[in-house]
Ligand binder design. Structure first.
Ligand code: ZN
Ligand code: ZN
Length: 108
């Protein structure tokens, strides 16, 4: 398992009951200790930026959330436009993706 995943998995509150960012005290970090583990996950996300664009030209482009990635795909690659291919999106999590069994409705 990559060590970056261990950062998520090993999340535990400190003695003060708060989750501290692993990068705390580093110049790149401005996170205050949080009570909620979901906030800790966001700390790690914002440092690791684990979401990547699938396009080859964007190999070095990373995002800290799926929202940022989706916006990038939409703005940089016109993905998720759904203009003339409303059923083409199979992107996991895309609200415009159409369930497979939907084709039965139009198959008559
Ligand atoms: Zn941080
Ligand atoms: Zn891209």
């Amino acid at each position: 398992m990559p060590s970056s995943l261990l950062l998520y998995k090993n999340a535990a509150p400190w003695a003060d009951g708060l989750f501290h960012c692993p990068w705390e005290h580093q110049p790149s970090c401005s996170h205050q200790p949080a009570k909620l583990m979901c906030n800790y996950d966001k700390f790690v996300d914002s440092h690791l930026k684990p979401y990547r664009c699938k396009v080859d030209a964007c190999q070095n482009v990373r995002f800290s959330s799926t929202g940022c990635l989706l916006r990038h795909e939409r703005e940089a690659h016109a993905v998720h436009g759904h203009g003339d291919k409303p059923h083409a999106c199979s992107y996991e999590g895309c609200s415009r993706a159409v369930p497979e069994n939907d084709s039965f409705a139009t198959g008559t």
